[in-house]
Design a protein. Structure first.
Lengths: 249, 247
């Protein structure tokens, strides 16, 4: 994918004071033709806000986002169409708690993509096996571990055959062991050729899967580089400070 | 102690207390004459069942619609729903029934054959105002993340509401709505003021014909219990059936 973002601005009203806070402040980001883009940076720097815009969930106050030559639409009707061509996974609470894992997987296939129930079941059978989730398909989310929930959520985004995935800190609510199983799954997606944009705090993993790493801070993207360069020869002071903090922690 | 035994003991105590109270009144019962009016009771009971079912269905729909309006982005819709809820909840059902029939229905030249329909409508509007607030609370309780997830998989707003939000909200509000429906069944007794031939109206007629007050009204209590107890049991069963922990 080629991603080109120009002069992206996003503002939110503070719920208490009502004052406008600028979360993205004229962000510029132009990638090469890559498969995996990883967004890193300090909390509150605008990573998740940017990802929500890329995923078509929020409309920016100003600026343009162009994926492979097509600009993101701004009206809700066209955005629904856009969201149907991509997949998005959040930190937590992705699954619908009143439905089983299987029903969660079938819902978009049947109600959004027009498959029959039988076709949808056939579509999810093999991926459930491959990711070791077949034995849990009949369970409700409350009966699944955090890692299983996230893997089902990723699978739900995947089985509709999206052009690309957006993953917003998919492991930050998990303990280390479960983090591992989810990252392994994402690693497999990378090997299988799936395109994705990932927000993460796992620097080791970012280094392994990213084709390019974008550093997002203060509503801007002051650094964008392939991992080898990003972790060694990047001299942007905010990146240096961030990496020092992360490595200490 | 098993639950059923505990219930049995409480019921036995209640029976002893009631038995003692009635015995100390030294009453002469006159069940025979009331028995002759059993058909009137029976007809009234069925009428109440029908009226309550109709009002129950209508009030659920009205309540749900009003709840959605209460949460609307459009100020005018929100205002309509808010005025409706506060006006209805703040005034007696008796007055609403009288105004509904003698003022609104009369102004619209509604024929007397539609008396029961108007009664059901007013009752549904009355109960709907309470159901609206219950539903609003249930809808508000669904986390924002669920809406995000529903949008992320490409559902339209209506699909997200129907497939994701509503099913979860219904499970949350079930106990409260069941309580409201029990109230609705008992409140239907006020339809007797419009001379609608329901259960309470029948009991009143039997009473005025036989001058046997308690013999007329005790069967009334039993008849309402026969409607409300199954509803409570059904609600408890549904609650167990749909229980799941938030994930």
């Amino acid at each position: 994918m080629n991603l080109a973002i120009h002069d992206l601005v996003q503002r939110f009203a503070d719920p208490r004071s009502g004052a406008q806070a600028t979360v993205l402040d004229g962000l510029e980001l132009v990638t090469g033709d890559i498969q995996a883009l990883v967004l890193v940076g300090p909390s509150g720097g605008g990573k998740s806000t940017l990802l929500r815009i890329l995923a078509g969930l929020d409309v920016p106050a100003a600026g343009t986002v162009v994926f492979d030559g097509s600009p993101l639409p701004r009206d809700e009707q066209a955005l629904i169409g856009y969201r149907r061509t991509v997949g998005t996974v959040f930190q937590a609470y992705n699954l619908f708690p009143h439905l089983t894992a299987m029903q969660n997987l079938l819902l978009p296939l049947v109600h959004v993509h027009g498959l029959t129930d039988a076709e949808a079941r056939e579509r999810v059978r093999e991926p459930l096996e491959r990711f070791g989730l077949a034995a849990h398909a009949h369970k409700r989310p409350a009966e699944l571990s955090g890692g299983q929930k996230q893997r089902v959520a990723i699978l739900r985004a995947l089985v509709v055959r999206p052009r690309r995935l957006f993953l917003d800190e998919p492991t930050s609510a998990l303990d280390p062991e479960m983090t591992g199983e989810v990252l392994d799954m994402i690693g497999e997606l990378k090997t299988a050729g799936t395109q994705f944009v990932l927000v993460t705090h796992e620097m080791g993993f970012a280094r392994r899967v990213a084709d390019e790493i974008a550093f997002i801070a203060d509503g801007e993207c002051p650094a964008l580089a392939p991992p080898a360069k990003f972790f060694t020869v990047c001299h942007e002071p905010r990146v240096v400070a961030f990496l020092e903090r992360v490595q200490r922690g | 102690m098993p639950r059923w035994l505990a219930h049995l003991i409480v019921l036995a105590l209640l029976a002893v207390a009631c038995g003692w109270a009635f015995a100390s009144l030294d009453m002469t019962w006159n069940w025979g004459i009331v028995w002759e009016y059993r058909q009137a009771f029976w007809k009234g009971w069925w009428m109440t069942l029908g009226l309550a079912l109709a009002a129950l269905l209508a009030s659920s729909l009205i309540g749900l619609a009003a709840a959605v309006m209460l949460r609307s982005r459009f100020a005018i819709l929100e205002a309509f729903a808010r005025v409706y809820v506060e006006l209805i909840r703040g005034t007696p059902l008796l007055v609403q029934l009288l105004v509904g029939w003698y003022v609104v229905a009369a102004a619209l030249h509604v024929g007397t054959e539609y008396r029961a329909a108007v009664g059901v409508l007013v009752l549904a509007l009355f109960s709907g105002a309470y159901t609206a607030e219950i539903f609003r609370g249930g809808l508000d309780a669904i986390p924002r993340a669920q809406v995000d997830s529903a949008r992320a998989i490409g559902l339209t707003r209506w699909q997200a509401f129907r497939l994701v939000i509503l099913p979860q909200a219904v499970r949350i509000v079930l106990p409260a709505v069941a309580g409201q429906l029990v109230s609705l069944i008992k409140d239907s007794s006020l339809l007797s003021v419009l001379s609608i031939g329901e259960f309470t109206f029948a009991a009143r007629n039997v009473n005025s014909a036989t001058y046997s007050t308690l013999e007329s009204y005790l069967p009334l209590a039993a008849g309402y219990l026969a409607l409300t107890l199954p509803l409570s049991a059904l609600s408890r069963w549904l609650e167990r059936r749909f229980r799941y922990e938030a994930a």
